[in-house]
Design a protein around this ligand. Structure first.
Ligand code: SF4
Ligand code: F3S
Ligand code: FES
Length: 248
């Protein structure tokens, strides 16, 4: 059965803004993005909202709902009490462009820093071969829809904007892990993960894993293995000696 949803939506731009109150009629089975679209269609025609697929697959509609980073298209209104006010604000970690739309170019800059996949030469029969378990390990990382919810929730940059220069964030630790675990990749990514991506700044709070809409175990399956490999290289005397000898 439909009801009148109390909404509070952040309105403004890079020069500042505030929360605005609305009452939006909603129907059973709808999601927060439906309510935002109805608000836009009936009361706030200039409301800026980014979205694309409405199916949890494009990663565009990320926002903070009652303070928690979520996909607006995958957040059912039924999880809230009908009397509750639903507050929608832009992703806090990125600069606001307008209303709920933020400038996520920090993430594109960090993506550019990740070295490209560099496979070893093909075998004489023209093929590449890898074990099935290596194929499956990488599949989890490739489920990422680049919604950047993990990036916005991570306190390393959420509370410390000045860390952005030195920290790539959980989404990109996934990429380092995928390359580092890929049996055909010829690069050693451990120094880059430590020095350019700043994996050492992560103190394993796991907030990134909690908000990931794809259920990727970012901390356990990507960040901790990358951290372990970085530490092995740095503190294992044999690894250190080997790297010195082979550099000559
Ligand atoms: Fe979004 Fe998960 Fe990818 Fe982070 S890892 S960008 S939370 S899908
Ligand atoms: Fe941040 Fe995730 Fe590490 S939230 S601190 S990257 S475990
Ligand atoms: Fe595509 Fe929400 S609109 S993930």
């Amino acid at each position: 059965m439909g009801y009148d949803l109390k909404m509070r939506v952040w309105r403004g731009d890079e020069s500042g803004g505030d929360l605005a109150d609305y009452v939006v009629p909603v129907e059973e089975g709808e999601v927060v993005l439906d309510a935002l679209h109805r608000l836009q269609a009936t009361q706030a025609g200039d409301l800026a909202v980014r979205w694309n697929c409405k199916a949890g697959k494009c990663g565009s509609c990320s926002a903070e709902i009652n303070g928690k980073p979520r996909l607006t298209c995958m957040t059912r209104l039924s999880i809230f009490d009908p009397d509750e006010t639903v507050t929608v604000t832009p992703l806090r970690t990125f600069p606001v462009i307008r209303d709920l739309v933020t400038d996520v170019s920090y993430n594109y800059e960090k993506a550019k820093q990740v070295p490209a996949f560099a496979p070893e030469p093909r075998r004489p029969d023209g093929t590449y071969r890898m074990q099935q378990e290596d194929v499956e390990r990488g599949q989890e990382f490739r489920k990422c829809i680049e919604c950047y919810l993990c990036q916005t929730v991570c306190h390393v940059v959420r509370d410390h904007d000045d860390n952005k220069r030195a920290f790539s964030g959980p989404r990109f630790f996934l990429r380092y892990a995928e390359l580092e675990m890929h049996p055909l990749d010829t690069n050693d990514h451990r120094e880059a993960a430590r020095d350019e991506a700043g994996v050492g700044l992560c103190n394993i709070t796991k907030c990134c894993t909690e908000v990931c809409p794809e259920g990727i175990k970012i901390t356990d399956n990507a960040i901790i293995p990358v951290k372990e490999r970085v530490v092995d290289r740095r503190y294992d005397p044999l690894v250190w000696l080997g790297s010195k000898i082979f550099r000559r």
